[in-house]
Ligand binder design. Structure first.
Ligand code: ADP
Ligand code: MG
Length: 604
């Protein structure tokens, strides 16, 4: 009988396994190396890539460098100069501290580390291939370090297969450098790709100046600052409108560290999507600052995810701050939603993150909502006051208005007064005036409905009589095979059809085929941008689909509803999981209390 013995894995194997945690793609190599350079006190960091980093990532800095002994030691697992005892773990000031990055990267690439701590003593060049030390030889170089990583994953073909097209990998790497550059405006950054300089940012006095430097190439408008304080949490940042049809880009910093927390990203995109009006291509930097003990940035080995002790406070602050930013860009206060569809450019809804621009052409036929979905020519009707029952006693307020009692409730939110500017539903209840945003209310209703559908075993899908051909740019089209199964889970049957075309042969029930193009694009963009376990990506895509669909399909503002339709909407809203907030925390119902009204009118 053969008994298999427990054995300690050889280091090289351990490193190859661990590499998966830190090294997902060229951008993660860039991130780790740039963080090391920053930790080393560099004042200028040059990142050079070829083939989106697939064939080469080189990061050069003028930091403290290492002597020959340290250069060899740096490649050992758990070798770090940044932490020594337990206490240190609670107050980590450096970006790295696990001592995992260099050995993990060297285990899955052809790797060279050239460094010098003191040019007078000379430098050293250490070469490693697939985790095997090839040599260490003396070289001359100024103080600082250069790390070269060639042929990432050359010895792990399974992982190499998951690398995306060079342009996609480049986009991720570029985002990484941009994020680092925004987090550290005091440090100069250069990014080159295949000989072209993509980014050049000299040291700048602050984040806004750095932002403008980075944005200059795009010829963008100057950014607006926004900020919001909620207790010990502060959220501030910059927002520049960008091209209306473009895709939004976002840099998130938590206590000065770039993160890619999906919930935060989702919250920001959500606010932009809701804001519509050409913010599709907005450029946003959002920095969240909070006491270190209220946040854990070390949940994920690559430190991209964060956990907040009081996440609700954080999210509320983030959303309020961002909405203020949106308002600042628009140059007026947030009630601008009253302006109606005419103010929303008809960009065909193809831009991710922006709502469909179909508002001007009447209601979208995306989703059937027979009760309150059909527009009526008659305009916003004022509800009849139902014949008086006895109003609820007491509580109506002060002496001044003792006679003014609300009518009997005819909806779950009180007595319907009518529709204000074809956009808001007005009601009264015992406490005062109730205002319901019809678009967000309907969005909430649809969102809950779609989520329920998605949770079912099968997403109802309908075969198209004539397949829909969607043209996409190459990188997105190439992503289709990778996300085919995920798309199928959400009811979309899509196959590559030539280089830049995708054939859609089935779509979720109730979804308009024209809307599928925008949705598909949004989903593919999300899918290519998302890393992580397939189940989580699927979950995220479902969320994206539900949010995208409900936003597109919901009745817009400036859309007349009959009293019956208004009541039906309110009843559906009352049955949702949380009638007062949209899935991402935006309020749906606004109340103006009797007391507040009287105080403002000088009656109290
Ligand atoms: P960590 O950053 O978690 O300490 P790494 O594997 O990324 O682990 O790096 C190991 C060690 O190598 C660091 O602690 C640091 O001492 C040294 N090192 C890495 N990169 C540089 C650099 N660019 N300049 C100076 N020292 C570096
Ligand atoms: Mg490191």
């Amino acid at each position: 009988m053969r008994v298999s013995r427990i054995q300690v894995l050889p280091d090289r194997l351990v490193n190859r396994i661990a590499a998966g945690e830190v090294v997902e793609r060229p951008a993660s190599v860039v991130k780790e190396l740039v963080e090391n350079s920053l930790d080393a006190g560099a004042t200028r960091i040059v990142v050079e890539l070829s083939q989106g980093g697939r064939s080469l990532v080189r990061v050069e800095d003028d930091g403290c460098g290492m002597d020959a002994d340290d250069a060899l030691l740096a490649l050992e697992r758990h070798a770090t100069s940044k932490i020594s005892g337990h206490g240190d773990l609670d107050r980590i000031a450096t970006l790295g501290f696990r001592g995992e990055a260099l050995p993990s990267i060297a285990a899955v690439s052809r790797f060279a580390l050239t460094t010098s701590a003191d040019p007078a003593e000379g430098g050293v060049r250490v070469t490693v291939e697939g985790g095997r030390l090839l040599g260490a030889e003396p070289v001359a170089r100024p103080r600082g370090t250069t790390v070269e990583v060639r042929d990432l994953f050359f010895n792990t073909p399974a992982r190499r297969k998951f690398l995306h097209a060079p342009e996609t990998e480049l986009r991720h790497a570029q985002e990484t450098v941009t994020a680092a550059a925004l987090a550290r405006p005091d440090v100069g950054f250069v990014l080159r790709h295949g000989g072209r300089t993509l980014l050049e940012a000299p040291p700048a006095p602050d984040m806004a100046a750095r932002f403008s430097d980075l944005d200059r190439r795009r010829g963008g408008e100057p950014p607006r600052r926004f900020s919001e304080q909620a207790g010990s949490v502060s959220a501030f940042g910059l927002l520049a409108p960008g091209r209306p049809g473009g895709r939004p880009t976002l840099t998130l910093l938590v206590n000065g560290r770039p993160v890619r927390d999906r919930l935060l990203v989702g919250a920001v995109f959500r606010v932009l999507r809701e804001a519509g009006g050409g913010l599709g291509g907005a450029r946003v930097v959002l920095a969240v600052e909070l006491p270190p003990e209220e946040v854990d940035v070390n949940v994920h080995p690559a430190k991209t995810e964060v956990r907040f002790a009081r996440s609700r406070t954080v999210f509320a602050a983030v959303e309020r701050a961002l909405r203020a930013g949106v308002a600042a860009v628009r140059g007026h206060v947030p009630v601008n939603r009253l302006e109606g569809p005419a103010a929303i450019p008809a960009d065909g809804g193809a831009s991710p993150g922006a709502p469909s621009g179909s508002g001007a052409d009447g209601p979208p036929a995306l989703f059937d909502h027979p009760v309150y979905g059909t527009p009526r020519g008659e305009g916003g009707g004022v509800a009849e006051v139902p014949p008086g029952e006895v109003p609820p006693r007491g509580e109506t307020g002060s002496l001044h208005t003792a006679g003014a009692r609300p009518g009997p409730a005819d909806t779950p939110f009180g007595r319907l007064i009518g529709q204000y500017r074809n956009s808001f539903l007005l009601l009264e209840d015992r406490w005062g005036l109730v205002i319901v945003d019809q678009h967000v209310a309907h969005e909430r209703v649809l969102y809950d409905r779609i989520r329920r559908q998605l949770e079912g075993a099968e997403t109802p899908s309908q075969r198209l009589l004539e397949p829909l051909l969607v043209e996409l740019d190459g990188a997105l089209a190439r992503a289709v095979p990778r996300v085919r199964e995920l798309l199928a889970r959400v009811g979309i049957e899509a196959d590559p059809f030539g280089e830049e075309t995708v054939r859609v042969s089935a779509v979720p029930v109730g979804v308009d085929r024209e809307a599928v193009e925008g949705l598909l694009r949004e989903l593919l963009e999300r899918a290519t941008a998302l890393d992580g376990v397939p189940e989580r990506v699927a979950e995220e895509l479902e969320e994206e689909l539900a949010a995208g669909l409900s936003c597109r399909a919901a009745i817009k503002i400036n859309h007349p509803l009959t009293p019956a339709e208004q009541r039906a909407l309110l009843e559906d809203l009352a049955r949702t999981e949380n009638p007062h907030r949209c899935p991402h925390g935006r309020p749906i119902v606004l109340r103006l209390s009797q007391e507040e009204m009287e105080r403002r009118l000088g009656r109290r």
